[in-house]
Design a protein around this ligand. Structure first.
Ligand code: HEC
Length: 154
């Protein structure tokens, strides 16, 4: 399983082409990537609550949510981040122009989340301590990207 996942992740990273031409209008793309982030966040929800002890640890729920998270993070995201869909050209997006100015580094941040969530998916069903350890790395991967590439909320 581990080997298959790393193969899939490698393929996803190679397929990421941030400069791809706009095949759909910017608003459609912006909505889709915000929806993707919300699904990521939705699956992180129960994992964060278990890690903090707000809800009891449940191995099956943790495994399923962490598996979803890893699948979402491994998805090819090239079209979600098509050039011309960020600030300042568009309203209704917090995606900063830096994404397209530093696209190699941005791709590294996407890969960082894919790696951290793959590790979490392996660990989350083991026990609470393993879940907590994996969550730390996932949280870092989210904020490493948001810090540089997402505008503050207005
Ligand atoms: C590779 C960079 C990157 C990573 C990694 C990343 N994000 Fe984001 N995230 C963004 C950017 C950029 C936006 C702004 C998108 C927009 O407004 O078009 C965003 C927006 C969001 C939003 C707001 C969505 C909306 O409805 O407007 C949420 C929630 C979110 N991220 C959660 C997360 C969580 C949780 C993680 C980690 C598990 C994460 N993100 C990882 C770059 C990233």
């Amino acid at each position: 399983m581990k080997h298959l996942l790393s193969f899939v992740l490698g393929a996803a990273a190679l397929a990421l082409t941030l400069g791809a031409a706009l095949a759909q209008d910017a608003e459609t793309i912006i909505k889709a990537r915000q929806a993707h982030m919300r699904l990521v966040s939705f699956n992180l929800g129960p994992l964060g609550a278990m890690a903090k002890g707000e809800i009891p640890y449940d191995a099956a729920v943790a495994s399923a949510a962490a598996g979803n998270l890893a699948a979402l993070a491994a998805m090819d995201q090239g079209r979600l981040w098509a050039k011309g869909t960020g600030q300042p050209e568009n309203d209704g997006t917090r995606a900063l122009a830096a994404i397209w100015e530093s696209s190699d580094d941005f791709a590294t941040k996407i890969e960082g989340l894919a790696n951290a969530t793959a590790a979490l998916a392996d660990a989350a069903g083991t026990d609470l301590a393993a879940l907590q350890a994996g969550m730390g790395e996932v949280g870092k991967a989210c904020s490493a990207c948001h810090k540089t590439y997402r505008a503050e909320k207005k």
